[in-house]
Design a protein around this ligand. Structure first.
Ligand SMILES: Nc1ncnc2c1ncn2[C@@H]1O[C@H](COP(=O)(O)OP(=O)(O)OP(=O)(O)O)[C@@H](O)[C@H]1O
Length: 296
């Protein structure tokens, strides 16, 4: 059985009167990629800060590689790398100078620093840009450098807080490839994201967080299964999306849905079937949660 890299039970955190985390339970197996998916302000960064010992929880427990974040901070810090939302590199230095400086600060000798810098710049597709100042880097290059810097000393658990927010598609895909390579090296990756596609592409398991609570956990396939097998998409003649309807994908279910919808829509409405996306899952799960809250 694989050991748990991250485990939390009943984590709670408030800032003033605002309950940001309302009892978060998570189990992340070693060597997996785990995505915490949620909108702005859902509490994702707060959770990462608690797990990386930067903030104390008000209640509940959290363990990293078996170490309690409240009582074994040194051991926890020795088990994790953290890449936050904002790059922590010096813009006036080159990529290589930044890397070498962090290597030296991490206790590597000048020769080891040179070797490690060259290895990481290569691995993160920055070798050609190594001699350029960071201020000339694109967003994707900076994000890769920030990740490389946080991996100078490789630790078993890596936290990535919204690693691809604001990046274009190509930069995002380059980072995804690098993240998958980190998993192949045996690193457990815990990432937060607002992008459903990112969680779907990368993660072995996903937890959806909304209003400080985990509203669902599962593999991408399991979560998609919760909104049915096939989604009916209805578009007007200009291809503008009018409505989506989750169905089991059987002929009787699809026919019944269309029979109910037909009188409500223009006769030239176009119909297509597709597999559910993570967007469908997220909307279904969070609206279900709000409905339950409004009833209780
Ligand atoms: N130190 C703090 N003091 C007061 N409020 C805070 C503090 N840190 C976070 N918050 C509030 O807690 C809520 C959750 O913030 P958090 O950064 O954890 O969310 P998030 O899911 O990471 O969102 P984002 O994607 O915007 O970073 C927000 O409403 C935020 O304003």
């Amino acid at each position: 059985m694989s050991q748990l890299a991250i485990e939390t039970k009943g984590l709670k955190k408030s800032f003033g009167k605002q309950n940001v985390l309302n009892g978060v339970d998570l189990s992340v197996p070693s060597g997996s990629i785990y995505a915490l998916l949620g909108p702005n302000g859902a509490g994702k960064t707060t959770l990462i800060h608690i797990l990386s010992t930067l903030t104390a929880a008000d209640a509940g427990e959290a363990r990293i590689a078996g170490y309690d974040v409240a009582t074994k901070k040194t051991e926890v810090k020795g088990s994790i790398s953290l890449t936050g939302q904002f790059a922590a590199v010096d813009e006036l230095l080159t990529g290589e100078e930044n890397m070498r400086m962090i290597c030296r600060l991490s206790g590597l000798s000048p020769t080891q620093s040179k070797t490690r810098t060259a290895e990481l710049l290569e691995r993160f597709e920055l070798a050609a840009a190594g001699e350029k100042r960071v201020k000339s880097y694109s967003g994707g290059m900076r994000r890769r450098l920030d990740l490389a810097v946080s991996l100078v000393v490789e630790r078993p658990v890596l936290f990535l807080d919204e690693p691809t927010t604001g990046l274009d598609t190509i930069s995002r895909q380059t980072l995804w490839k690098i993240i998958l390579q980190l998993k192949e090296r045996g690193i457990t990756v815990f990432l937060t994201t607002q992008y459903l596609e990112e969680a779907d592409q990368l993660a072995d398991a996903i937890s959806v967080i909304d209003g400080g609570r985990i509203v669902a956990t599962g593999t991408p396939a399991e979560l998609k299964a919760r909104v049915g097998e096939e989604v009916i998409e209805l578009r007007d003649r200009n291809e503008t999306l009018l409505q989506t309807v989750a169905t089991s994908g059987t002929i009787s279910d699809v026919r019944q849905a269309l029979t109910e919808l037909a009188p409500l829509l223009p006769p030239d409405t176009r119909v297509s079937l597709r597999k559910p996306s993570m967007d469908d899952v997220f909307l279904a799960l969070t609206s279900q949660q709000r409905l339950e809250e409004s009833v209780s």
